[in-house]
Design a protein around this ligand. Structure first.
Ligand SMILES: [Zn+2]
Length: 291
């Protein structure tokens, strides 16, 4: 909500889309979609595939192999009157799918009674949290609606379907942009702003051990000459090993008036200590880190 409020201040937002649920059970149970449901590219097909991957643990139901292409498998073969309902579907690797063919599952797995029992019991049990969603998402949904803008909701399967249909590589921002109903997405040259929660530090002045006695040194100073811990600063180091210009977050304030800055040096995180007079404040900490 912090970010929704912030964005509303800077851009003319006309609608909000939220990924509310992981699967749309209604879409999957709708008889109208059977038959075409497995064609790659239809939303229902995506929803079902994602659901099955989750339900069957992203592995072949018969041999347990993962990290290989999995096919949608009818437990009771269609040739034997098996239905297209999700409860009759599982995922199998190409080999197992071919080997099973139209055989009844009881015959195909007659040498693996334990596995057969497990598959049959799992068949009629819907994925527990498929329809249920975590309550946080609903709380967020209600808070978003209270803003007064139209709130569009989508499923995780729909997000993936949109992204794949529009040919956009997977990334955090792309997933966010593909939530809900998306017709076209204009991606000229997007450079996303990465925002990470960094917290506001601790209010604790002294750490304690499990007996309640003071442990370690008392909290050091968190504010010095206008510099706060976590602030985004620029260091212009005149001499020495770290001579040059650095940007990063302020990591520490020392008793002698020197400041620590956390930077990336030669691709690795590093900490540089320098006199406060070489620092320039770029942004005070606001609980987030940006990149
Ligand atoms: Zn297999």
């Amino acid at each position: 909500m912090t970010w929704v409020t912030r964005l509303l201040k800077f851009v003319p937002v006309t609608a909000i889309a939220q990924e509310l649920v992981r699967f749309d059970m209604q879409l999957m149970q709708n008889p109208d979609i059977t038959g075409v449901a497995y064609q790659q590219g239809t939303l229902a097909g995506y929803e079902i595939r994602e659901y099955l991957l989750e339900k069957w643990g992203r592995q072949c139901a018969y041999c347990g192999k993962s990290d290989l292409p999995l096919e949608v498998e009818h437990i009771v073969a269609k040739a034997n009157g098996g239905s297209n309902r999700v409860s009759n579907l599982t995922l199998a690797c190409h080999d197992c799918n071919g080997r099973k063919g139209a055989q009844p599952v009881e015959q195909f797995l007659k040498r693996k009674p334990d596995l057969l029992k497990r598959i049959l019991s799992q068949t009629n049990t819907p994925l527990k949290d498929a329809a249920a969603v975590n309550s946080t998402r609903w709380a967020l949904f209600n808070a978003l609606k209270a803003i007064g803008l139209p709130v569009d909701t989508g499923t995780g399967g729909q997000t993936k379907f949109n992204r794949s249909r529009l040919g956009i590589a997977k990334s955090h921002w792309a997933d966010a942009a593909c939530v809900g109903y998306v017709d076209v997405l204009h991606v000229p040259s997007i450079k996303p702003l990465n925002v990470m929660c960094a917290g506001h530090g601790t209010r604790l002045n002294q750490k304690r051990d499990r007996f309640g006695f003071p442990r370690g040194a008392a909290r050091a100073c968190t504010d010095y000459q206008g510099f706060k811990i976590g602030a985004y600063v620029e260091l212009d180091q005149p001499t020495g090993k770290y001579a040059g210009r650095w940007r990063g977050n302020l990591a520490g304030i020392r008793a002698d008036g020197r400041l620590d800055i956390r930077v990336t040096r030669k691709g690795k995180p590093a900490k540089i200590t320098a006199n406060a007079k070489y620092y320039k404040l770029l942004q005070q900490p606001d609980g987030y880190r940006y990149a």
